[in-house]
Design a protein around this ligand. Structure first.
Ligand SMILES: Cc1ncc(COP(=O)(O)O)c(C=O)c1O
Length: 432
């Protein structure tokens, strides 16, 4: 007998039976979403959540923004998809806009379907362009789940998912985790980078350094002098910089792109997530003319540059500009930071927001910075979930509340979250 999936219980049962979700499930997840608007999503039971994940950091202007819906709907009646081999007006306009908004070092855009694929393409560009094979990535860096992207991703757990040894060409160099600095941040002279010159010199085949300029896992923003030094070191060796802006791009950090915080001019930059405006999936690898000139890309990606996604992505950029959401994001990041510190909660070790990228690091002891245990973190996540707060857990030690709502979030919504957090932290602590 066929089940027509008309009620919540049968839909959830069918989800379990037919949809592959090969990762751990916190209580209450997956949430099967029936509708979404702004910063709020409603599940198939009618329960509302404040979405502090923005649909996994995609819906930067909020869910189903009318301007994006209208642009996508209009495009639906014109042309949908022609492959990367040909073009559409929407794709050309989006490419032009990205070049205008991005750092001046970049001239041309290659469209693909997801952040991992954009990074794969970036690696190809870097290797061909330099005729070198090796790529350095930052500790704690994340660049995607396809095999090439995993090879430059730090997490051993994720790398093991590939079931094969990773190639010897790629290697890690230190990141900046200032809250847990081994040298003491008050005396920072970027000591964490002291061995990097020697490491790179021992690897003369290094084509590029790939990095999230501000690391999304834990929201780690290095000091200016850290990036200045890395930039100087890599330029002196003719090593390219691939800036992975898949999560940081399109306003998330309170600037259109995170490179702007540091004045960096990468030779390659990748983007994804919000680039589709939440309609389908779209990603971009943006590179300098010098790299693109003699580049052979193999063949065309079938779905590179869907016209509807591009029209929606353009509408997202227009919305960010018309509603001044990038500045608003910077303001809301500061508001969130102050509100979180104002809780004076003994488990809040650090609050790290650059714009609305980052969140709160939880510790059992603020002096020793001992990581809060997994059991307590799970209970906090569950308590927030029950209170209608959709978040993810992040961080190198799995003890950070990643709090990245749409950039249109209001102070009242942040207050609502902070109120729920206060209650949940107190109740988990008193039960422990
Ligand atoms: C910094 C960064 N790079 C790459 C990716 C991979 O993007 P996708 O999941 O679209 O393949 C992500 C996704 O979370 C990301 O945050």
């Amino acid at each position: 007998m066929t089940d027509d999936l008309t009620n919540a219980a049968s839909i959830e049962a069918a989800d379990q039976q037919y949809v592959m979700r090969p990762w751990p499930h916190p209580t209450g997840e997956p949430v099967i979403v029936a509708k979404a608007s702004g910063c709020t999503i409603t599940d198939i039971h009618g329960k509302e959540y404040l979405d502090l994940t923005a649909g996994y950091f995609v819906n930067n202007a909020g869910h189903c923004h009318p301007r994006i819906v209208e642009a996508a709907t209009k495009q639906l009646h014109q042309v949908l998809q022609v492959s990367g081999k040909h073009g559409t007006v929407a794709v050309v306009k989006l490419a032009k806009r990205l070049i205008e908004l991005g750092p001046p070092s970049l001239n041309k855009v290659f469209f693909s379907t997801g952040g991992s694929e954009a990074n794969e393409f970036a690696l190809k560009l870097a290797r061909q362009g330099t005729k070198k094979t090796d790529v350095a990535y930052l500790e704690n860096g994340y660049h995607g789940l396809t095999i090439g992207a995993l090879e430059v991703t730090a997490s051993e757990k994720y790398r093991e998912s590939a079931g094969k040894p990773m190639g010897p060409e790629n290697y890690a160099i230190p990141n900046a985790y200032c809250y847990r600095c081994k040298f003491g941040v008050e005396n920072c002279s970027t000591q964490c980078l002291d061995g990097v010159e020697a490491t790179l010199d021992a690897r003369p085949k290094t084509a590029a350094i790939i990095a999230e300029i501000i690391q999304a896992v834990g929201g780690l923003a290095p000091p200016q002098k850290w990036w200045d030094r890395v930039d100087k070191i890599r330029k002196a060796r003719g090593i390219l910089l691939i800036a992975d802006e898949v999560q940081t791009g399109l306003g998330r950090t309170g600037k259109m792109f995170a490179v702007e915080h540091y004045g960096l001019e990468p030779e390659i930059m990748t983007g994804g997530k919000g680039l589709s405006g939440g309609v389908g999936s779209l990603a971009a690898t943006i590179a300098s003319d010098a790299l693109v000139k003699n580049f052979f890309g193999g063949t065309t990606p079938t779905n590179g540059g869907n016209a509807v996604s591009a029209a929606a992505g353009l509408a997202l950029i227009e919305t960010l500009e018309a509603e001044k959401l990038v500045d608003h994001c910077a303001t809301m990041g500061r508001y969130f930071t102050e509100a979180a510190w104002a809780l004076r909660d003994p488990w809040i070790g650090d609050v790290r927001f650059t714009g609305l990228l980052g969140g709160i690091e939880l510790v059992a002891n603020r002096d020793s910075k001992e990581v809060l245990g997994k059991g307590a973190i799970a209970k906090i996540k569950d308590g927030l979930h029950a209170a209608g707060m959709l978040i993810t857990i992040s961080g190198l030690y799995g003890n950070c509340l990643r709090l990245q709502p749409p950039l249109s979030v209001t102070p009242a919504q942040i207050d609502q979250f902070i109120g729920a957090l206060r209650t949940v932290l107190n109740s988990v602590r008193s039960a422990s």
